[in-house]
Design a protein around this ligand. Structure first.
Ligand code: AMP
Length: 425
């Protein structure tokens, strides 16, 4: 029986693996890192130990197996090897859990088959996640491996929010519905916001704005997601770094029929050459704000479009929730760009939404409230920690199952004589 308190979190992409080793006793990140350009002639591993200097190894990592073995060696060199009895589980970020996986799930052959069956709805992500799982299972076949799904937190959305208004039979046949993504972040941040307010998550309504290179908004009521901006794929919703977000589906037909673009070209256009990058050539908000400040018209338009869409979602989710206790900003842009937070909330005093410019300009990695005390709606900045949330969920599941096994073992032991005495009476 494992007494371990550590969880290794793996986030495998098509040519990269991110990892974090977390001790669940205190949530300490013992080591973290990234292998990138897997399968290319020259790859890179960046390893950051808990204490000490981060270091870089440049070499070829022919596949995910080679990459994970190199990660295991880095960890072993610090006495944190995968063979350590301290390791309780490996937690895997899996992007798409479909309708079936609405909770963290211990990975079995059958679970892996189901995740594979979801590839048609997540062709870019699930294959890489599966590879990560398969390699990790060969490295530690005895260890519980837990899948934590990006879609799971949004499974509580009511049907009228999850359904697209299209023919029901067609939608069902092809599993077309709004699943939502960034779920572990929305879950972690909404709960952390309730804590910041000193309130029980079960009694607060929160609008979460996860603004990274990918971006999504969600409306969370009493700890349950009731709406979110991403859909069948992460393309829907906010203006993002390189994705268009909401768009008239007619644009796709037009570009295909009139513009002569193939479906793959349109996919590439909307996912990788749109959003901020499409509007102004840059997808880094720092650069866009700098250019806009200097009077660059394209950068100014990109910033304004980004903010306009954000405000539409804030207003929409305000109406969905009816009462809003907090609006929270997270991820790269949300945590760092005071100008985005100010512009997204400007002029909404009538709705009880206000930001204190001084509090907004404070730079710190700590969760904080940036609205004045008298404001009806708290505006907050809460750094997200998806890896900690994955580790937490994986650890909780493994422990629960362990306890259940122990209890059923104990009841069998104490039950056996009782039964036999009963049968002889
Ligand atoms: P993420 O996907 O959460 O890592 O966020 C990455 C994005 O955050 C980058 O593309 C930048 O646009 C943005 N970002 C990071 N730092 C800052 C900053 N100091 N100010 C504005 N935007 C930032």
């Amino acid at each position: 029986m494992s007494e371990g308190t550590r969880v290794l979190v793996l986030n495998a992409g098509s040519s990269s693996v991110k990892y974090q080793l977390i001790d669940m006793l205190d949530g300490a990140h013992l080591a973290s890192g990234l292998v990138e350009r897997i399968g290319e002639p020259s790859g890179r591993l960046v390893h950051t130990p808990h204490t000490g200097e981060r270091h870089e190894t440049v070499q070829a990592f022919p596949d995910h197996s080679a990459a994970l073995k190199a990660v295991a060696e880095e960890l072993a060199a610090e006495g944190l090897g995968l063979d350590s009895p301290e390791l309780a589980a490996i937690g895997h970020r899996v992007v798409h859990g479909g309708m079936r996986f609405t909770e963290p799930t211990v990975i079995t052959d059958e679970v892996l088959r189901e995740i594979r069956r979801l590839i048609p709805v997540a062709p870019l992500h699930n294959p890489a996640n599966i590879t990560g799982i398969e390699v990790a299972r060969t490295l530690r076949p005895d260890l519980p491996q837990v899948a934590v799904f990006d879609t799971a937190f949004h499974a509580s959305m009511p049907e009228y929010a999850a359904r697209y208004a299209i023919d029901k039979a067609v939608a069902d046949e092809h599993r077309v519905r709004r699943y939502g993504f960034h779920g572990t972040s929305h879950q972690y941040v909404s709960r952390a916001t309730a804590r910041l307010l000193g309130r029980d998550p079960a009694e607060v309504n929160v609008i979460v704005l996860h603004l990274g290179n990918g971006a999504s908004a969600s409306a969370v009521s009493g700890g349950r997601c009731v709406d979110t901006s991403m859909g069948l794929t992460p393309l829907e919703g906010l203006v993002m770094g390189t994705r268009s977000g909401d768009i008239d589906a007619g644009v796709v037909f037009h570009l295909h029929r009139v513009g002569g673009l193939s479906i793959d070209e349109i996919d590439d256009l909307l996912n990788r050459r749109s959003g901020l990058r499409g509007l102004c050539g840059d997808n880094d908000m720092r650069e866009i704000m700098r250019r806009a400040e200097e009077g660059d018209a394209d950068a100014g338009l990109a910033f304004d479009s980004y903010i306009h869409r954000l405000r539409k979602y804030i207003g929409g989710y305000y109406a969905v929730l009816g009462r809003v206790d907090a609006i929270v900003f997270t991820a790269g842009v949300g945590e760092n760009a005071a100008a985005v937070r100010a512009a997204a909330t400007a002029g909404l005093e009538e709705l009880g939404i206000e930001v204190d410019p001084e509090l907004n300009s404070v730079r710190t990695g700590e969760p904080r409230i940036i609205s004045p005390e008298y404001a009806r709606v708290a505006v907050a900045v809460v750094p997200t920690d998806e890896e900690l949330e994955i580790a937490r969920q994986a650890f909780a599941l493994v422990h629960r199952q362990q306890r259940e096994r122990e209890e059923s073992g104990a009841s069998k032991e104490s039950g056996a004589p009782a039964k036999s005495s009963g049968s002889t009476d």
